[in-house]
Design a protein around this ligand. Structure first.
Ligand SMILES: [Mg+2]
Length: 267
């Protein structure tokens, strides 16, 4: 299948997962064919995700389950970026974590001591906020006390919502807003729209004309701009056609109803 003129202008693509390739457990129709066409044309491809719930291994398994071959090196997750940052700058410190099992592992593997569940939880030196389905008042209290006391608050992202088949679920940004309100502190962000995920993906892909494809203006398009990359927007995730039309700078170089339309053109 031939690529659109848009895609023929690039050597490599950095593709967001949630809202572009799939919605929750469901692949977005046409996305798997679009990915095959990108690869068949010799365009290099990396996947990036602000999703901090799943590990890179989980994302690779999910891609294979949908018929997309991928290796760990193809997937750049915000959890991996958080681990890298913590290992470089905060090894040996104590941490309180709001997040999934995968995020707890990333923090421990970075060389920090996790204080969740101990009497010292509210005194942790570093507070890490990521996606959680089990946030309790006690978590909010400990994260708020520790962040207020020590001022070292990190989060994977500010995406307020997460696209799921039945609508928009509260995202990490919604949880983070509660911790910031409780602590009076502002978090440093590791994921999009900070450029780090895109820079890590570029590091793996190499030099070349690069297009970012994502479903959010405030994380994908803005983050691409901060990494000095072009971005195209799809409307299958967190952005409506009205919001795309009203976008202020940085604006996407193209908007498609879905990934298949951007990559292969209209049916
Ligand atoms: Mg997305």
């Amino acid at each position: 299948m031939a690529l659109t003129p848009l895609l023929r202008g690039y050597d490599q693509v950095i593709l967001d997962l949630d809202g572009c390739v799939w919605i929750g457990p469901e692949p977005i129709p046409g996305s798997v064919d679009a990915i095959s066409a990108i690869r068949d044309a010799g365009v290099r491809l990396a996947f990036v995700t602000n999703n901090s719930w799943y590990s890179a291994e989980d994302q690779v398994a999910k891609l294979w389950g949908m018929g997309v071959q991928a290796s760990l090196a193809d997937v750049v997750t915000v959890g991996g970026a958080m681990q890298h940052l913590l290992a470089e700058t905060r090894q040996g410190r104590t941490a309180f974590v709001i997040g999934s099992e995968s995020m707890f592992r990333h923090v421990q593997d970075a060389g920090l001591r996790v204080l969740n569940g101990t009497d010292l939880a509210s005194r942790a030196e570093v507070v890490v906020v990521a996606a959680s389905l089990e946030l309790t008042y006690d978590d909010l209290k400990n994260a708020g006390l520790a962040a207020r006391r020590n001022g070292d608050l990190l989060a994977t992202g500010r995406d307020p919502t997460y696209p799921m088949p039945d609508g928009y679920w509260p995202g990490t940004g919604a949880l983070l807003a509660a911790v910031e309100a409780a602590s009076g502190r502002t978090a440093a962000i590791v994921g999009k729209p900070e450029p780090q995920l895109f820079l890590t993906a570029l590091d793996r892909l190499g030099e070349g004309r690069t297009l970012v494809i994502g479903d959010r203006l405030d994380s994908d398009v803005l983050g691409a701009s901060r990494a000095h990359l072009d971005a195209a927007l799809v409307l299958t995730g967190d952005t409506s056609a009205e919001e795309a039309a009203a976008a202020k700078k940085p604006t996407p170089v193209a908007v498609g109803a879905n990934l298949a339309e951007l990559v292969l053109g209209k049916e």
